[in-house]
Every structure is written in structure tokens, then in C-alpha cells.
Design a protein around this ligand. Sequence first.
Ligand code: CP
Length: 342
Amino acid sequence: MSGINLKGRDLIVTQDWSLEELLAVLDLAVKMKKNRYGYTDALKDRSFFMFFYNPSVRTRQSFECAATELGGHAQFLEPKSMRLKTATTAGETVEDAANVMSRYACGLGIRILEDKIAQYGDGEKLLREYAKYAKIPIISMAHDTFHPCQGLADIMGWIEWLSPENQFNPEAVKGKKLLVTWAHGALARSWCSVQEAMLIGSRFGMDVTVAAPEGYDLDPQVLEWTKKNCENNNTVFETTNDLKDGYHGAHVVYSRNWMSSNAYHDGELHKQEEVDKALKYTDWICDAEKMALTKNAIFTHPMPIDRGNEVTDEVASGPRSCIYDVAENRLHAQKAVMALTM
Ligand code: CP
């Protein structure tokens, strides 16, 4: 991976990075996974700031462990305790906050999800504004549109599972079919994780099928990028409203709930409407019967899983589930991103 220099780069969506850059991250992540405590000088004595507008288990824990294992420290910050200006409250501007924090920290991670914004895209705007003013890398820790660290951990896990003889080989996912299927449930989840999965899967040469009931279309820009990525790789991109069609021939099944394309209206998220609507689609669950239609697919999910709604226990805890490996890979992928960008 010579010639790749990621120093100072923001990570807001993997689509912003070249395939070679993404491969450089995975290459280092794999080395870091094999030699977990061999990189303790990479961020020695340095601090990484983390803004959590929304709660987290994996993201907070994996970033804190990552900073520790690189010799640095991750500082947890809740924006509500910081007097920052928002769309509805007076306070410090992003320009001032970003400039000052750049004098302290080596990087800034931000998580802002569906219920902390008035309309889809506002979280992305906030991250881009921080990126404009900050002199340090801005890393998405999941925002309304994308979850790039999750995407890197996903593809790393899929490659691990699909590579022959445990030899990590990114070519192993080429031509393999990724099914991203909507699932019912009461969470009205944001689009960030599934959109990131579609983008990174298609960048790495996978066929991508997105299955969802009518009304659950994702961001048209992301669908277009996924289609373009597939065209560039001579692979297939399909969408379907059918519950089972997408399972045929799939190698990776990603079953997750997401909110409908009408979730935001009148300047806010209508979560209860979304929940009431989604709970009617009880057939939209990943189960053994549907997995039997696949090519012995692995089951993937970014977690936390809504068991019994998104997927049955039998599949989520079954022999073809890669969920814990993917969750572990958050740590290794983020360490690699931090070491390379900061
Ligand atoms: N996958 C993920 O981002 O998990 P958390 O919400 O627990 O951080």
C-alpha cells in the first residue's frame, strides 16, 4: 500500500475515499488484529474527542479501547453539556468550537442520529461544517446518512468469512451477492448503516440487492452511487419490494429495520407513526426458511439487533452469523483509521 497518505483526512462516508485508501485501512486493520498491542505508540499521549448526541455501546467502547491501545486517550463529550449553537439554541458556533478543539485533540468523532435532527441530511451537514473548520480529522461515529466505521468493519468481516483457508483476501467478496433487506420492528432506525453497507459492498465488487416494502426507499443519491459502483465493477444492482426474491443466490444477508422515506415531515421525525406502520409487516424477518434460499449466506448486522423482529435467534446465533466478528472489527478498523489519519 505504498504511496497512500491519509494524514489529516476526514471520514464521513467511505464513498469519499478511493478503493486503494480503503484497502490500506483494511490492510493495517488486519495487521492490528493479529498484533493487537503492537501499536501502542501510534497516538502516544494524544487525545481523541468524541461527541455523542445519541447513545452507543459498540462505538463508544471500541473508540475508547482504540485510543488506549494506540497509546492515547478518548474523551467522551455530550454536546448538551457544552453550550454549542444549534438550529434552535444560542451558543458557540461550529467555526469557533472546531478551531479551538483542533488546538487540543488529534481528531474529533461525531455521532448524531435520526431523532436529534429536524430533517434527513442535517447530521451530514453538521459533520461537513465541522470538517470545513477543523484542522484535525472529523470521523463519523454514525450520523443520519452514513456510518463509515461500521462499513469498514462489515466488509472486513465479510472478507474474513468468505476468504478461502482463512487467508484475508479482499478479492473473495468480488462477484458475491449482498442482500440488504428491510425488517420490521419498533425502532424506526436511521439509514446510516445500511446505506454504508450498500456503498462499501458495491465498491468491493459485490452484487447488491436492496429489498424493502413500498415506501421504504433509501436516499436516491446513495442508490445512484451504489448503481454506479456496480456498473464500474460490472456487477449487478437491484431493488425489489418482494420479501423473498432477494434471498436467492445471496452470499451475505443484512437484515435491518429502517424508517420510511416519509419519516420526516412538518420539520420533525414522526417516530410513533413509523413504528405503527413498520410493525404491520410481520413477515419481514430474516429466518431459517429464507436463509435456506441463499448460497449458504452469512448473516450480518451492525448491532444492536432487534431479535425476534429483524432476525430470529436461530439465525442471529447460528453457525453462519458473523455478527460478533464484525463488532470486534470495529475496534481494529477504527484503530487503523486513527493511526493513518491522525
Ligand atoms: N453498530 C453500532 O454503531 O453500535 P452502537 O450503536 O452500540 O455504537
